[in-house]
Structures are given as structure tokens and as C-alpha cells.
Write a protein that binds this ligand. Structure first.
Ligand SMILES: [Zn+2]
Length: 261
């Protein structure tokens, strides 16, 4: 792995991002991921190989279908760029450890798919979460941390299950979907229980920052649920990338508040 430059993995990531776009569109619609090939949702024209080049084809076509002129969402190149960045970071941070690299690209790719499916459809498909949980556990095992992963899975799943029950009782409506509970368990499989705690803490922090202005702006429907999956994905990605620094900053912060100067 060390022989290849990190930028190479970034470019691979752009192409994987193109495939993640297909997953985001097709998995909730229960369509096959391989057949038929990519086509314009407006006119059905099959895309040429040149149209499949990530990001560049979008710029080249100026965001419009070559045939019918239908607008192509800027989300496609955005997903490709995020995936490219995720692969680049994973290659840079893995230090040549293939298991760490594989775990990070799998988890981050899965989180990208989950985020956009949840934003569009308010679901987190089992089809995505279960295979990822299994892969995450196997990779953690290879990395010599099966116990941490098992505890992470249990903490995520049962912890969120408890929050869901308490929340439902307090708010008298479903507080947390089953998809969020399974997602928390899946995160534990990859991250182990310590990093999972950081991820969940950040998720709730991001969740309150994002949802507070929304709740203040509209009085009616103030208890409308906002999908929590994307917040968990953002919290997990942040914990993965900056977890060590956040933990030490938080430790210093607490110590600074409690201990006399
Ligand atoms: Zn078209």
C-alpha cells in the first residue's frame, strides 16, 4: 500500500463515489445495483463511458443531460468528492495498515450511503447496515480488538434501544427509529466502545445544533422528527478522524474546569 501515493486512492475514491450514487438511488427503490447500466432518470438514455467519469463529466456537461437537458443534481459530484476525500484521508492515516484502511473506507462509504438514503427516504436499510456490521466486526477481529467491537455493538444497540423506549414514553411518539438503533450497533462493530461513545456524544451535539433553529422557526410541528441517521454519520466520521484530539481536548477542558489553576 505504501508504494502507491495517497492521491491514487483519492482518485479510486472518486470512482467508488460514482458507485455510491448508484447505491443511494437504487437500494431504497429495490433496484439491481448492476443491471441495467446507469441511465438518465429524465429520458432513460444510457450513459456513455465518458459520462461516468466522476466530477469531470458533471462539469463538462454543465450539470445537464446531453440528450434531454434534464438537470443533473449537484449532489452526484458532491458525493463523489466526499468519497474521494474519504479515501485520501484513509490512505494517509492508515500508515500502511491494510486492515485499518479497509475498515475506514468501508465505514465512511457506508455512512455516505446511509446519510443520503436517510435524507431522501427516512429509512436506513438493513441491506446496508447488516453486511457492514458483519464486515466491521471481522475487520476489528483481524485488528485484534474483537472484544472492544462486541462491546461497542452491544453498547450501541442496547443503549439506543433504551433511549428509544425512554424517549417514546416521554414524548408519547416514536423517538428513535429502528434504523438508528441498528446503525449505532454497526458503528460499535467498527469503532469499539470508546470511540463509539465519542461518536454518539458528537452526534447528539450536532443534532441539537442542527435541529434547534428548525424547532425555533416553526411552532407547529415542533416535535416533527428530523432524521437522526445523518447526524450519527457525521458524528461517527468526526470521531473517526478527530476522535483522539477531541477526547484529549475534552479531558483537558474537564480537568481545567475542576482542578484549581
Ligand atoms: Zn436525459
Amino acid at each position: 500500500m505504501d508504494i502507491l501515493p495517497d492521491g491514487f486512492f483519492g482518485i479510486i475514491g472518486l470512482f467508488i463515489g460514482s458507485f455510491l450514487n448508484v447505491c443511494i438511488y437504487r437500494i431504497p427503490r429495490k433496484e439491481s445495483l448492476v443491471w441495467p447500466g446507469s441511465h438518465c432518470p429524465g429520458c432513460g438514455r444510457p450513459l456513455k463511458v465518458i459520462d461516468l467519469v466522476p466530477v469531470l463529466s458533471y462539469l463538462f456537461l454543465r450539470g445537464k443531460c446531453r440528450t434531454c437537458g434534464a438537470r443533473i443534481s449537484p449532489r452526484y459530484p458532491i458525493v463523489e468528492l466526499i468519497t474521494g476525500a474519504a479515501f485520501f484521508w484513509s490512505a494517509q492515516s492508515a500508515g500502511g495498515d491494510v486492515a485499518v484502511f479497509a475498515g475506514n473506507i468501508l465505514l465512511l462509504s457506508g455512512l455516505i450511503v446511509i446519510t443520503f438514503i436517510d435524507l431522501d427516504h427516512w429509512i436506513i436499510p438493513d441491506k446496508v447496515v447488516f453486511p457492514l456490521a458483519a464486515a466491521g466486526f471481522i475487520i476489528s477481529w483481524i485488528r485484534g480488538m474483537p472484544a472492544e467491537a462486541a462491546m461497542g455493538a452491544a453498547l450501541g444497540f442496547f443503549g439506543f434501544y433504551a433511549i428509544a423506549i425512554i424517549g417514546t414514553v416521554l414524548m408519547k411518539k416514536e423517538a428513535m427509529g429502528g434504523g438508528d438503533i441498528k446503525l449505532a450497533g454497526m458503528l460499535g462493530c467498527f469503532m469499539g466502545w470508546k470511540l463509539l461513545l465519542t461518536a454518539l456524544f458528537l452526534s447528539f451535539l450536532i443534532g441539537s445544533i442542527v435541529s434547534l433553529p428548525m424547532l425555533l422557526r416553526r411552532k407547529r410541528g415542533a416535535r416533527d422528527p428530523i432524521p437522526f441517521g445523518p447526524m450519527m454519520a457525521a458524528g461517527a466520521a468526526l470521531a473517526l478522524i478527530k476522535g483522539g484530539e477531541i477526547l484529549s481536548w475534552y479531558g483537558d477542558f474537564i480537568a481545567g474546569a475542576i482542578l484549581p489553576k
